[in-house]
Design a protein around this ligand. Sequence first.
Ligand SMILES: Cc1ncc(COP(=O)(O)O)c(C=O)c1O
Length: 471
Amino acid sequence: MLLYESIATGLRRQIAQGTLRGGERLPSVRQLALAHQISPATAVQACLQLEREGLVEARPRSGYFVRAAPSGLPSTPIARRRAPGQVANPALQGLLELPQRPGLLMLHAAVPDASLLPHAPLGAALSRTTRRRATAAMDYAPSQGDPALRRQIAQRYEHTGTAMTAEEIVITAGATEALTLALRVVTAPGDVVLVETPTYYGILQAVAALGLKVLEVPNRLEHGIDVARLDRLLQHTPVRAAILVPNFNNPTGSLTCDADKQALLASCARHGTVVIEDDIYGELAWSGQRPLPLRHWDTGGNVITCGSFSKTLAPGLRVGWLAGAAWTEALARAKYFSSSSNASLPQLAVGDYLARHGLGRHLRRLRRAVADNGQRMRDAIARHWPAGTRCSAPAGGLSLWLQLPPGGDGLALFDAARAAGIGISPGVLFSSRGDYGDCVRLSCGLPWDARLDKAMRHLGRLAARQPGARQ
Ligand SMILES: Cc1ncc(COP(=O)(O)O)c(C=O)c1O
């Protein structure tokens, strides 16, 4: 292949794959010549070739631009390889691709709608931080995180009567990184880890990615974690860690009561099982009464508590944390070697927001909106979904968990909903064993409006078309 042809082929591929989009400028002739060690004349030849093909156009004194509607060139997809430890769940791939669909109604994502989050004051905090603390905002943050933010987080636990120090807190990229670091520090590949069933698929992915074995303890819609069962499981199997969501499990929204929390802590301590507590929904009690974290009763330093501002302030800022108890030093080291530190600007801005506004008023409004929306969605399900559909009655959090009538298929409903522009989560995602094929999870983070009303009716009709459904 001639030299200019090979340059043109590279540019053509970028246009076909969308790396270079309609209206964007190609690298200049000089840049192309330098990057590929070719003469400017050869670079010009490559551009002229693309112009002849109608892919780019020359603009006087500006260079070559990708034409707005490039002809439909076949892109060359890269064969997908699966990493060891990755859960082979095609439904998960489908779910990950959903956000790329413009206009989709986001009932699959357990996050509050943007209208319920304090975007304006957070935006103001970001620009204030950029203006007033430019050097700190652009520099590396301390590896464990901004000290002022860590104190603010510790204070929030102290307000619930839960002893906590800023020294124990490590700021992480959301609860996701907190959970992964905690698992990495306390377990070794091949260890057994206890999870709830159903549970958040991110937990199942993290456990699988680290080569850990899973033992499941039921989460019951009404009562949360089945503590008697947990104790029996620990008696028979050495379990290194239990990764639990006692405050508003995702997807069921169930709350484990204080007595059961204390019983499970005692059981884990007796059997040498470390507790990794995912308290990401602790602030989202529909009643307004924040339940206590497991950490409240932990006297032996056996509980690593993970949290995040993703569900209360802004998921995109990626500000989460863990409180490391007896593992703080090892966790801080793991964070350092994982990503050095979190980005400085979001940490400082969240700290600024908290110092100015606190969380109280915003959380009261958010909880009321989510509870109200959850109730309206439950009413719509009772009215428009086929008889025999069962729906959770969450105590908090952001999800409704539905079981379809006998013969119902959550994955088929996911596909049909997606085709209709509605994102939902199929139940199989929430089990490591492919259970819950007849279940789906819906987010109740969207405010109730005509579009949501219509979508709930439509989902009901789609569910009613499934074999076995009776209206
Ligand atoms: C139970 C649970 N843990 C962790 C996460 C991830 O949180 P983050 O966005 O802070 O990483 C989620 C998000 O849905 C969740 O539901």
